[in-house]
Design a protein around this ligand. Structure first.
Ligand code: GDP
Ligand code: MG
Length: 390
């Protein structure tokens, strides 16, 4: 429906074609509908493995939280419950991570286990182990496969393995990773050599986390993949670029949904329409790039850098106050060039400069692209300031 072509110069007629409407107002309505369904996609990710394997720590890391934060999954405890516990994503509550009970018991029955945790709920399973994969992991994977669901093997606590040998004379990180991978495969042979992702929940920017996200994204539907990538923390420059790329893919939809309000001959009505779609798109980008206050605080804690140092790297802050300003500002005929996010959220520019729907679309499209670029540039600087240069 809306895949390959997401080039920066997408024109209006092409956008209409993509939503399958010729009438501009109908197309705008359809675009809004699609934005809405994109926003309501849910993802249920089950995280399973033995007690102590690192399930809870992985869930916290994925949600961009530290183990001792409020609302984080408790780590380092012996599990007593047989229930799955749900943890929603802090900025994307439709993304849910489920902390499943430990699978380490000697008389483990995969089928019974999956029934007890309501396997139908989950879109995919992540099977974690902090050492070699065991019989129970294999039983579980086979049963998940039988039920036509996807599973992914994660070998956790890689930082520990690296640390343990880092002091030795012949330390070669790649060699250590290679040996771990081989050992994992040896135990999973009967499953036909599935991919194993080596991960440290305390440093998602390293090892195979990005590869795991890429793999999940390509296995999921386009909308689900978009939501997944939006929700992962910006743990490296590479992840930032990935996020930018998926957000760019949907700019045209936000532009189509917002710009066409301008052709309705009621300035105030068109203002309201523009504002909702535009600002919600921008706020989402801002959150998912990790530029919101909460994410910055987490980053500063994790990297042990003062928050003020990270914030001083930001040139174009998105203040909710700016959006409020927008609704009370009177429209004037003088449009000024858009140089910053503040200008972008300035309603008079948006309202007065359009002569027709195609121009409105083009303008909004360019503005949104520019704003996304500004934010990504800011986040690059923030990552640099945090010491995440890779
Ligand atoms: N170094 C390191 N420790 C980890 C990692 N993941 C989990 N742990 C630690 O391993 C212990 C068990 O982790 P937890 O997430 O509670 O395991 P769960 O029982 O599977 O939920 C805790 O003390 C965690 O701090 C990791 O990636 N690196
Ligand atoms: Mg746990």
């Amino acid at each position: 429906m809306m895949t390959e072509d997401s080039s920066a110069d997408l024109d209006f007629s092409k956008a209409l074609e993509r939503v399958g409407e010729r009438d501009p107002n109908a197309a705008a309505a359809k675009a809004k509908e699609q934005l809405y369904s994109l926003d309501s996609v849910t993802l249920n990710i089950a995280v399973t493995g033995e007690t102590g394997a690192g399930k809870s720590a992985f869930i916290n890391a994925f949600r961009g939280l530290n183990d001792d934060d409020d609302n984080s999954a408790p780590t380092g405890i012996t599990e007593t419950t047989k229930q799955a516990t749900m943890y929603t994503h802090p900025t994307k509550p439709n993304v849910r991570l489920w902390d499943l009970p430990g699978t380490g018991m000697p008389n483990f029955k995969a089928n019974k286990f999956l029934k007890e945790v309501n396997f139908e709920t989950y879109d995919l399973f992540i099977i974690i182990s902090s050492e070699r994969f065991k019989e129970n992991d294999v039983f579980l994977a086979k049963e998940i496969q039988k039920k036509q669901k996807r599973f992914y093997f994660v070998r956790s606590k890689i930082d520990n393995d690296i640390w343990a040998v880092a002091k030795t004379k012949k330390f070669d990180e790649q060699q250590v990773l290679c040996t771990i991978r081989e050992n994992c495969h040896r135990n999973l042979k009967e499953l036909g050599n599935p991919k194993v992702f080596l991960i440290s929940s305390y440093d998602l920017g390293k090892y195979d986390f990005q590869d795991l996200v890429d793999t999940l994204e390509s296995d999921l539907s386009e909308y689900e993949g978009f939501v997944l990538v939006q929700s992962v923390p910006v743990c490296s420059l590479a992840m930032l670029e990935k996020k930018k790329a998926v957000m760019e893919k949907f700019i045209w939809l936000a532009a189509l949904g917002s710009s066409l309000g301008a052709i309705i001959p009621l300035p105030l009505l068109s203002l309201a329409i523009d504002k909702t779609v535009l600002t919600s798109y921008l706020i989402s980008c801002h959150n998912f790039l990790g530029l919101n206050e909460k994410s910055l605080i987490k980053l500063s804690e994790r990297m042990n850098k003062p928050l003020s140092q990270l914030k001083s790297a930001i040139k174009t802050p998105l203040e909710l106050a700016v959006i409020d300003k927008l609704s009370i500002r009177p429209c004037t005929a003088t449009a000024k060039p858009v140089k910053s996010l503040d200008d972008l959220l300035d309603a008079k520019f948006l309202l007065t400069s359009f002569v027709n729907a195609a121009q409105a679309f083009k303008t909004t499209y360019t503005i949104l692209g520019g704003a996304l670029n500004d934010m990504v540039n800011d986040m690059r600087q923030v990552l640099q300031a945090a010491g995440l240069n890779e």
